[in-house]
Write a protein that binds this ligand. Structure first.
Ligand code: GUN
Ligand code: ZN
Length: 466
């Protein structure tokens, strides 16, 4: 199928974009790439080398592009005309012209055990946790149930183009084992961890601080860096952990510096009041985590709506990152994340669905919500930046740049084949697009799982839309 309409008209813009010598010659005449297992895909290619809000040259767009992968890794991404002659003899290219190849989406905050309670209305975060979340999470002591939900959850991620996520399990070690077993079977790069809670939750979800720390360490040893699996130390949020539990989590985080830390902070005003009353000596809610040694690189905090400037600065200086959860924040009425204030502080930002508080698995629906929330706050988030947040921005927040998030040579080949004409409305609207920004904006605001034609994990096709 020939590229047409809007895609055609943006060719001239793409031509004028700078491209580094390395990118042009990554698979030139002299470049030896293993022919075994090599695959090449011809389509438009989009990826990022930085944040488009900070660098106008941070995106790479190849209108008639080629992505070459071998053994699960990217060999090269660039212009078809430049790369095709360098393909080793006998390596054919697949023709996907009219589609857009981009890196797989990265969802930096999501709860797999909440899949079955997505779209359950409540008066706010705390009643929602009581009414729906804790009861559904209590079922995950059963490994069979956990595995069944994990399978559905991972299939749903793949259908929505999400290839990496930072995932909450439940307090049950069985929920973690089930999740990682299913993720490993798909060879997906996933980070996940057992939720830590030792108070203010049902008996069936509670454990002692020591037990939680012991099980966490066992799970780290079992799963961290097993294939593509990575572990996340997961204190749910300050109100359900004692100071001792947070301290033990912080000690583990110090002992295992390349694990992740994930938690919630400053999401909801009732929650903040509660946290402040439980930890009265802390300067702020965020400071509770800081005092426990839980702010560092590879620490990702969900929501961050009600931080003050000192908190924002501290997040930035510590290297911790924000998981913006716009559909969840709207659904639970938690508040509006202040993108402009976060940018002024130079915080590391990433995009997340927060299912089941969030109302969609789709990073497109999440971009749509992010855009509107920022708009209400007086900011414009460009489509390029939204795609950056969903790809390289997530990788940077997780300190996985170079491994996932873009198509630099050597990166893991998790990628999507997107269809900007997947629905009649999308087709009609994107046919009118005169710029790349306009095309991507329409895709971000109107797209969903129908726009994800195929999802590849480490070079293997794992989802194809039928
Ligand atoms: N705060 C503590 N637990 C949760 C949770 O499961 N979802 C959300 N959105 N916020 C939380
Ligand atoms: Zn959450």
């Amino acid at each position: 199928m020939a590229a047409g309409g809007g895609l055609h008209r943006i060719a001239a813009i793409a031509e004028s974009l700078p491209m580094t010598t390395t990118e042009r010659t990554a698979i030139g005449a002299g470049a030896v790439a293993p022919a075994g297992g090599m695959q090449a895909y011809r389509a438009s290619v989009l990826h990022f080398t930085g944040d488009p809000a900070l660098d106008v040259n941070a995106h790479r767009w190849h209108e008639d592009g080629l992505l070459i992968v071998a053994d699960g890794h990217v060999i090269a991404a660039g212009d078809f005309a430049l790369l095709q002659p360098g393909l080793p003899a006998g390596v054919p290219w697949q023709d996907h012209r009219g589609k857009i190849i981009c890196p797989g989406f990265i969802d930096t905050h999501i709860h797999y055990p909440q899949t079955d309670i997505i779209a359950s209305p409540a008066a706010g975060l705390l009643p929602w946790l009581e009414q729906y979340t804790f009861p559904t999470e209590e079922k995950f002591g059963d490994g069979e149930h956990a595995a069944e939900v994990a399978r559905f959850f991972l299939d749903e991620l793949l259908a929505n183009g999400t290839t990496t996520a930072l995932v909450y399990c439940t307090v049950h070690a069985a929920s973690v084992d089930a999740f990682f077993a299913e993720s490993a079977a798909r060879n997906m790069r996933m980070a996940a961890g057992k939720v830590l809670m030792d108070r203010h939750c049902p008996q069936g979800l509670r454990e002692t601080a020591e037990q939680g720390a012991r099980e966490t360490e066992t799970l780290i040893r079992r799963w961290h860096k097993q294939g593509r699996q990575l572990y996340a130390i997961t204190p749910r949020f300050a109100p359900t952990s004692s100071q001792t539990q947070l301290r033990l989590a912080g000690e583990l985080a110090g002992a295992w510096p390349d694990t992740f830390i994930q938690s919630h902070v400053a999401e909801n005003t009732d929650e903040i009041r509660w946290a402040r009353s439980l930890f009265p000596t802390a300067r702020s809610y965020l400071d509770v985590y800081d005092q426990a040694g839980l702010l560092r690189q590879r620490a990702l905090y969900g929501h961050c709506i009600w931080l003050d400037d000192a908190d924002r600065q501290r997040m930035r200086d510590s290297g911790a990152a924000v998981a913006m959860c716009p559909t969840s924040n709207l659904f639970l009425g938690s508040g509006l994340f202040d993108v402009a204030a976060a940018d002024r502080a130079g915080m590391r930002l990433s995009l997340a669905t927060d299912v089941g508080g969030g109302t969609s698995f789709s990073m497109f629906r999440t971009m749509d919500a992010l855009y509107k929330v920022a708009r209400l706050g007086g900011s414009h988030v460009s489509a390029l930046r939204m795609f950056y947040f969903a790809t390289l921005g997530g990788a940077r927040a997780m300190r996985l740049e170079g491994t996932i998030g873009n198509f630099m040579p050597g990166a893991e080949a998790d990628f999507l084949m997107l269809d900007a004409r997947a629905t009649p409305l999308l087709a009609r609207r994107t046919a009118q697009s005169e710029t790349l920004e306009e095309l991507l904006f329409a895709l971000a605001l109107l797209g969903d799982d129908r726009s994800v034609q195929a999802t590849y994990i480490a070079g293997a096709l794992l989802h194809a839309r039928t």
